[in-house]
Design a protein around this ligand. Sequence first.
Ligand code: ANZ
Length: 928
Amino acid sequence: MAEYNFRDIEKRWQQYWEQNAVFKAEVDPNRPKYYVLDMFPYPSGAGLHVGHPLGYIASDIVARYKRIKGFNVLHPMGFDAFGLPAEQYAIQTGQHPAITTENNIQRYKNQFRNIGFSYDWSKEVRTSEPSYYKWTQWIFGLLFKSWYNKTSDKAEPIETLVAQLELHGNSQVNAVCDEETPQVSAEAWKTMSEKEQQDLLLKYRLAFLADTTVNWCPELGTVLANEEVKDGVSERGGFPVIRKEMQQWSLRITAYAERLLTGLEGIDWTEAVKEMQRNWIGKSIGAELDFEVIPQEGAENTPASIKVFTTRIDTIFGVSYMALAPEHEDIPALTTPEQKQKVEAYVETARNRSERERMSDVKTISGVFTGSYVKHPFTGEQVPVWIADYVLSGYGTGAVMAVPAHDSRDWAFARHFNLPILPVVDGGDIENEAHEAKEGTIINSGFLNGLQVKEAIKAAIDKVEQLGTGKAKVNYRIRDAIFSRQRYWGEPFPIYYKDGVAHLLDESQLPLVLPDVDAYKPTESGEPPLGRATDWKTPEGHSYELSTMPGWAGSSWYFFRYMDALNKDAFVGNEAEQYWQNVDLYIGGTEHATGHLLYARFWTKFLYDRGFVSQDEPFKKLINQGMIQGRSNFVYRVKGTNQFVSYHLKDQYDYTTLHVDVNIVDNDVLDTEAFRKWRPDYADAEFILENGKYICGFEIEKMSKSLGNVVNPDDIIEKFGADTLRLYEMFLGPLEQSKPWNTNGIDGVFKFLRKFWRLYHNESGEFQVSDEAPTAAELKVLHKTIKKVEEDIDRFAFNTSVSTFMICANELTALKCNKRAILSDLAILISPYAPHIAEELWQLLGNTSSISTANYPTFNEAYLVEDSFEYPVSINGKMRHKISFAADKPVQEIEAEVLADETVQKWMEGKSPKKVIIVPKKIVNIVI
Ligand code: ANZ
């Protein structure tokens, strides 16, 4: 074999890895484990473009590196296979989403295979397989059978709650539960009907059914999570989303708010992602206090008081109105007859704006007066009660004490409706904007006069506690997670209804498999698609739940399944779980910062509480890879013609700019023939060329089909090979950075691999290495590389390793090195990056097992020690010669030898030196 024949080599090694299950990972207590995971993909119809494998290549390098470092590596791959696109396609075409999904998965797997990933395919998971979602249903069931005990600070079986109810009712139960959980004595509990008991337990269960205000998307026919709604429309499809009350399954993630927050301290994630999670959880420390309602004459059902949540009770003397969320339940009772019409109209419109929209919309200030007043707790003055849509119903108490002088939203509202602005601290320009009373400021109002903010908060809380009208309170912004979707392509709930009570299917009945339906859309009467399934009932004739689980159900625990993917008795077996524990390195996109990553942490903590896993954080280290952007190319059509003008000539014409498919452009030069064939309209296109070429313009944009800038890894592999693709993706720049794809540079990497190949071959292209002992210079090049590559991978700086390999190959080529001792180690070093070529060379070197079973070479510092130094010799300021000396040679000896040197003597022209200056390891200066 002569040339570097990557096509042959790559196919052969991919087959070898697969047939010999080289990367199969088994529990092995004698070896340390390393678990490296990618966020598994949703198999979309478009397949992978070159941006997708960036993170996968990085994790594969780490996996392969850790293997040769002696770790037992778990590196699996699978598919997040339920989801909307396959279902939308089913609605349009009638093709079962399972078929679409299967086809797409096969395409992905082929693409993965072509890139040479070292996955253990025996552990593949697919969330849409019944053998997998059986366990998603099982975990849901476990959540249903659990409650959160604040005293033990963990989830417990519902039986421990029932035992307490039987003994003392719920007076001593310290649980995370529904805000409207009634007080129940043991007697009352015992006399409750089955339905009443179950209704009460639902208020405690970690998976529960409740009426909630949801984001309803009529076009998609489903409820969406907050993060699936962007600017009032659905993230997928951009359809309008309205707010609606519906009975939904939810998960009580709020029970874990504090632990999700503190758990961040112990994991190695970027500060940016941690901060996003902190904000999402949104802990705020403040107080709740009651404002007494001043009853209106003749008004009925007036509540005695209204509770507000404030983080700034120190500003209480600045309160000039109270504002309620439009959904606040006391609004009807507080509204006076004169205000009734206005209030009702306002509430109706305000309700349909999503929370996000209401919070982010600062431009429109809207609100209405209820007609009622409350009493200021300290001054006794009348405070008007307004309704304002900047107050959110789901946060705090849905009511705020407004302090316009010191809060900007209150300020804007007060200005708009001409309400008083009462400062409690000096300073600021409150005529024109709110003045934030920062920490350390002195309050000068009421009994808080003279106290600093912090002290004032404490003093005010003490006071309301004494009065019995308030208390310190911690609030979290995070909401319980709505878990029902009115869709077909998701996990069925293991739930059936009997006499209006939700019951959990017995474990022996799982999986509850998705039924067949005649169409993938809601029924005539508006039930979810599962309502179309005929005879979809329990053997006793009870109806099943018709919603399915959301996309994030299956991805909240898949990392456990990989550890023991074929286990039929448990979602993961103890032995496997205790060995693999959790993910050492997790690589994926930032778009999952608050969704998937938060839910996965929640489920892990829950499973930990219930004793099914030994770790309470799933991902020890997280890296977010950057996005690969597209590099779009443009052509310029002369207006009104079918003529296209080359980039540098375009300004002489009146033209329109058009995207052109980058696949018919090479180095910004358009393949004009291919262009004519590209689209029927261009069949007779004419070109105005420069230097005989049509040059395209370019721009960096998002990689997207519609912009014609999508590059398919299959094409790159066909042309240059997978090893080149892998190296090139890493070479583009630091992993975490976003960067444009530019196929133009790939040639350099390909040339490097050819040069690398030639190191192991003689001039006639035959494999030939020498068994001679390596020289010091050769050893130095090798050990420099060993050290650098190791440091780079440990820092996840893969791009700099690629340049290190290039330098190494250049240096060894210059030294004409073909020593086995050097080249053998070098093959190992490059094997994580370019595994196919490495395997091939490894075999040529006479090895019979995969290079992944080799050991990473040991770095030896001694080879790097500079043992000689080449001194430049300058005579009268001009560099005339170079002479090498041992690095530790004494200066006098150097001087003697330099002056005796023939070339030096020639330059000195027989004169004797006036001065000789020697700077050790720098320079010899002779003045004559
Ligand atoms: C008086 C006050 C004075 C406030 C001041 C702020 C500044 P975080 O930190 O986000 O928890 N608030 C309370 N409930 C609300 C709701 N449902 N919708 C909108 N705003 C609400 O914010 C808590 C602060 O936001 C609370 O403290 C309350 O306004 C407001 F100079 O009370 B504050």
